[in-house]
Design a protein around this ligand. Structure first.
Ligand code: ADP
Ligand code: MG
Length: 240
């Protein structure tokens, strides 16, 4: 579904991503781990073109999305993204947060968008919060709404950038549960997280990023029990 070849990203003169090659299959759950500042967010943001790669190629569903003439909006609609800081629209209700893009971007009727919102609110267990405003929700609830909002565009892949890092510990589980449900329903997902238990349980493959390149990748079993690279082992010894 996604094929990244020799991806480089620099900010000014600083090389942040130093040639990444990654293939992601349809239905795969890829978990990205690595030290702070190693380029995990930059990698995710390059995938959906929130950042413009400096060089390299990203193929998505057979199309070169890094080609000059590519329509970025078309790609973004197919890639849902969830951030650490929810980014809900504060002055819109939960329902409006979820239906805004389908109505404005995809031209869906409000009745149709609301029907989809109901379905997604049921999936994330928050149908009763349909009329609430973000300020009335807990962090865990906000993040579940942010996930529902991303899903409302019917994305083909979901990108998560540390979705539980801003949450109080007791709310982490409810968000991971929703993500696990998506994974079990076959959603293709790329997830940056420090939740190693989740990575191990739900990930099909782990990428360990260090200093802007993939230092090691493998199944959770391989990475967590027989990591080869000293930097992977060092990182895991700190977070496990
Ligand atoms: P991670 O998500 O792994 O913590 P990031 O991808 O956020 O790492 O950042 C990798 C490096 O790139 C950091 O050194 C960060 O300061 C730098 N960086 C990220 N975004 C920008 C930017 N817009 N301009 C300049 N430097 C950036
Ligand atoms: Mg980051």
């Amino acid at each position: 579904m996604i094929n990244v070849k020799n991806l480089h990203k620099s900010f000014g003169k600083v090389d942040i991503l130093k040639g990444m090659d990654v293939e992601i299959q349809k239905g795969e759950v890829v978990v990205v781990i690595g030290p702070s500042g190693s380029g995990k967010s930059t990698f995710l943001r390059c995938l959906n073109l929130l950042e413009e790669p400096t060089s390299g190629e990203i193929m998505f569903e057979g199309k070169n999305i890094t080609a000059k003439n590519h329509n970025i909006n078309e790609t973004r609609e197919k890639m849902g993204m969830v951030f650490q800081q929810f980014n809900l629209f504060p002055h819109k209700s939960v329902l409006e947060n979820i239906t805004l893009a389908p109505i404005q971007v995809q031209g869906m009727s409000s009745a149709e968008a609301e029907a989809i919102a109901d379905e997604l609110l049921t999936t994330v267990g928050l149908l009763d919060k349909k009329g609430a405003y973000p300020s009335q929700l807990s962090g865990g609830q906000k993040q579940r709404i942010a996930i529902a909002r991303a899903l409302a565009m019917r994305p083909h892949v979901m990108l998560f950038d540390e979705p539980t890092s801003a949450l109080d510990p007791e709310m982490v589980g409810e968000v991971l549960e929703v993500m696990k449900k998506l994974a079990m329903n076959g959603m293709t997902m790329v997830i940056v997280t420090h939740e190693m238990g989740f990575a191990r349980e739900v990930g099909d493959r782990i990428l360990f990023i260090d200093q802007g390149s993939i230092a090691e990748e493998g199944t959770p079993e391989q990475i967590f029990t027989q990591a080869k690279h000293p930097r992977t082992r060092e990182f895991l010894s700190k977070v496990l």
